[in-house]
Design a protein around this ligand. Structure first.
Ligand code: SF4
Length: 428
């Protein structure tokens, strides 16, 4: 059963009288268990929808629609499948207490993997789920592989009952499903021979593996489960050596890199980040793979759109990790705009000093970094620090932070998005 949350006015659903709160039970005789069933079973042009209205009356709607014509029905959000693992490196286990409840949800849901690109381990996938993935052709899926070696994976996921990922991927691949994979590397557990074995296995799956990202373990000061070794520069370099060898083989034999070290891995290894062509279509940019290179490209492409701001002083807030990479970008922005840019490096007060990513800074960090900066005309903050409701991870709202600061602040993804706008050029 799925429940209607909203009906678009004058849509097909509105015209036949479906109301918010209606429970949708079956389509063309097939029962609905979730939004995926709804999405795929309503792809037909002729539909018989069994439903229960909010007053409890059961009704049958028969309708016909033109190809692709939307029904105008929005569904209530799905209940998320919870994770059955207990990884020592789980970021959610490393969250401090007292944050918003949804932040603590450990989802591991192949449906969200397909729908939104969330990574899933497939540990909680049953036979019926595999059949659905194949029937509905849920491809590509985003899969947290971590290691293809079954014994190593049990340890990494801290779950003795985890299914064999190689067998799962092979079965799905045989049915035409493709994957974007990630491997979080825990030194001593899945680097070295286990990583080599994993890369070899994923390579042998050929076109089923669209990309693979290799990401260093990330720990906060609250990661209480973790007993492994910390990632250091030499380990990061050794991991990159393996990854780049497999990437180069991909380029040589298949014309694409296919496996990538994350930006953080390059920073830890104190290595220069690869050029844009290395990343192809930037398939795993959301996973921090190629994000810095993409930022550099967007800045270079957008310089001629930046408005003149002669005499302005602009603060750019960032985390410790990105700080060394910012200077050349800000120099170019200064030359294009006539403004003076100053990097404001903020430490993460919520997760502790080991978390240096700009996107995880919280409202309090922005306040601390900018509260006394009466000399700045405007400040740019990383747009990734706020959610769609414009709220930081520590529940400060953007508006509240703005009201407490002496200068206007603008969330920005790539500087250009703010600096090309005349509105942000207005002095406070
Ligand atoms: S799979 Fe591991 S890292 Fe992901 S949510 Fe579950 S316990 Fe956390």
């Amino acid at each position: 059963m799925v429940k209607v949350s909203r009906i678009e006015r004058n849509s097909i659903a509105d015209q036949i009288g479906i109301q918010p709160g209606t429970e949708l039970l079956a389509v063309n005789g097939r029962p609905l268990s979730d939004f995926l069933d709804w999405e795929f079973l309503t792809a037909d042009e002729e539909l018989i929808i069994e439903a229960r209205q909010p007053d409890g009356e059961e009704v049958i709607y028969e309708l016909e629609r033109l190809d692709g014509e939307p029904l105008g029905i929005s569904l209530e959000p799905p209940s998320v499948r919870r994770c059955a693992n207990r990884c020592e490196f789980c970021f959610i286990e490393g969250l401090p207490a007292g944050l918003r409840k949804p932040l603590y949800i450990r989802d591991d849901d192949y449906r969200l993997s397909f729908a939104y690109g969330n990574f899933a381990t497939l540990s909680n996938v049953k036979e019926r789920d595999l059949e659905r993935i194949l029937e509905y052709r849920l491809s590509p899926l985003y899969v947290s592989v971590h290691a293809t070696n079954h014994e190593a994976r049990k340890v990494l996921l801290n779950n003795q009952r985890v299914p064999d990922i190689k067998a799962q991927l092979a079965r799905l691949a045989a049915g035409g499903i493709q994957f974007h994979c990630q491997m979080v590397i825990v030194p001593g557990l899945n680097d070295e021979v286990v990583l080599e074995e994993s890369l070899n296995d994923l390579w042998n799956m050929r076109e089923a593996v669209l990309s693979a990202a290799v990401v260093p373990v990330g720990l906060t000061q609250f990661s209480h489960l973790y007993t492994g070794r910390k990632m250091d520069r030499d380990t990061a370099r050794e991991i990159l050596r393996r990854v780049e060898r497999w990437g180069a083989r991909g380029m040589r034999e298949r014309g694409e890199t296919w496996v990538f070290g994350s930006d953080e891995l390059y920073l830890l290894a104190e290595r220069e980040l690869p050029a844009p062509e290395h990343y192809g279509e930037f398939a795993q940019i959301e996973n921090g793979v190629g994000a810095v290179t993409s930022l550099r490209m967007r800045v270079a492409d957008g310089l001629d759109r930046v408005t003149r701001r002669d005499g302005q002083r602009i603060g750019v807030v960032t985390g410790v990790a990105m700080a060394p990479l910012m200077a050349p970008l800000l120099e170019r922005l200064a030359a294009a705009s006539g403004a003076e840019f100053e990097l404001v490096v903020a430490e993460n007060s919520l997760f502790g000093p080991t978390i240096t990513t700009a996107g995880l800074l919280v409202g309090k960090d922005i306040l601390t970094a900018l509260a006394d900066r009466h000399d700045l005309d405007i400040a740019l903050i990383p747009a990734e620090t706020i959610n769609d409701d414009r709220v930081f991870l520590d529940d400060y709202s953007l508006e509240a932070v703005r009201e407490s600061l002496p200068m206007p602040i603008f969330p920005s993804y790539d500087f250009i998005d703010v600096l090309e706008s005349e509105a942000s050029g207005v002095l406070a």
